[in-house]
Design a protein around this ligand. Structure first.
Ligand code: SF4
Length: 66
């Protein structure tokens, strides 16, 4: 299931949370995965601290898709 960012996102210091990609949040029964729509492997090792595809998300950008 894909959801908006959870209130307590996993790896809160990950670049993905501030990325314009935007990432999606895939929730299992036990954890939340961060899905990148740009990378072929989809689930980059977290936390992402550097990424060639990172672009900062505009402060007024709509929330990530459900
Ligand atoms: S492009 Fe990089 S920083 Fe942005 S969501 Fe994907 S992995 Fe994260």
């Amino acid at each position: 299931m894909t959801t908006p960012p959870p209130e307590s996102p996993p790896f809160p210091d990950s670049l993905c949370h501030r990325c314009a990609a935007p990432p999606r949040y895939v929730q299992s029964r036990t954890t939340t995965f961060i899905l990148c729509p740009l990378l072929p492997q989809k689930y980059p090792p977290q936390p992402v601290r550097g990424c060639a595809l990172f672009k900062p998300r505009a402060p007024d950008a709509p929330p990530p898709p459900r």
